[in-house]
Design a protein around this ligand. Sequence first.
Ligand SMILES: [Fe+2]
Length: 303
Amino acid sequence: MLTHYSTEEVGRLAPDALGDALERGEIVHFPRCPIELPDEADLKFLREDLATHLRNKNVSYHPETDSVPGLKKSDPVRTERAQRILKQHARRVEAFLTRTMPTLTRDWIIGTSSFRPIQEKGRNLSAHASNELVHIDAGAYGPTHGDRVLRFFVNVNPAEDRVWATRGTFPQLYERFGRAARITPDTRKRASLERGALDQLRTGFLRTLASAGLPQAMLIDSSPYDRTMRQFHNYMKDEPAFRDDTSSEVEIRFAPFSAWMVLTDMVSHASLSGQYALVNTFLLRLASCRLPQFAPYRILSAA
Ligand SMILES: [Fe+2]
């Protein structure tokens, strides 16, 4: 489940080896982050200065607008510094991923480059929003229609591990809990994952809004696949029989300045504790997968 790669090993890997590992449901772990990180002064700024101004939020660089929304306009020096750091980090992560995973990154959508300032333990969020409960991710930037969600993490806390829990991969969980969660073709509302007439109407309407200057409209779009994944996500967080049974749970500790990446629609995960992480999100095309037989879309489609 957790596969370790030293920096030297990464340099010797065959093209697509890391991508294949992700598609098989492995958490790809780098005991030492394989890319250059922001320097210590910039990390200190994120941890000590920026974090105190944003107690309840992530800070995210959005490439589509080349901006970091949510920071006070009245504080341009702090905003520009945060933007520079997160944008530069995004470039480094992107360069590493396109070099090591040329097939899986083909036609990808580059998402946000975020800093998470909050201590994950005891955030007291609602169950559906809580990172402390094991779940798989459903959706990213609106519906995915079966595309894959990749997240690249770096623990930039100089002293504290970031601690995760997992209970296995989507195929394993589907096998055990798919019927109870009513997401198998014979138990869910609609067997087909093809988008119906209503879905197409809604998407068309939202596209019109988006092209009229409201790009956020696409975030509320949906698809049968994304609704099914959302149902499984909610089942995992709501259903006591699943939520409270930790017998299959494995704890993983990510040391300071280690990095890891994972398909979060594939590998169940919870953030139990830890503070200060850099997190970069990407949407990978199902059509670019080399092992699509392991993808949730294919598994959910099989009768
Ligand atoms: Fe998640």
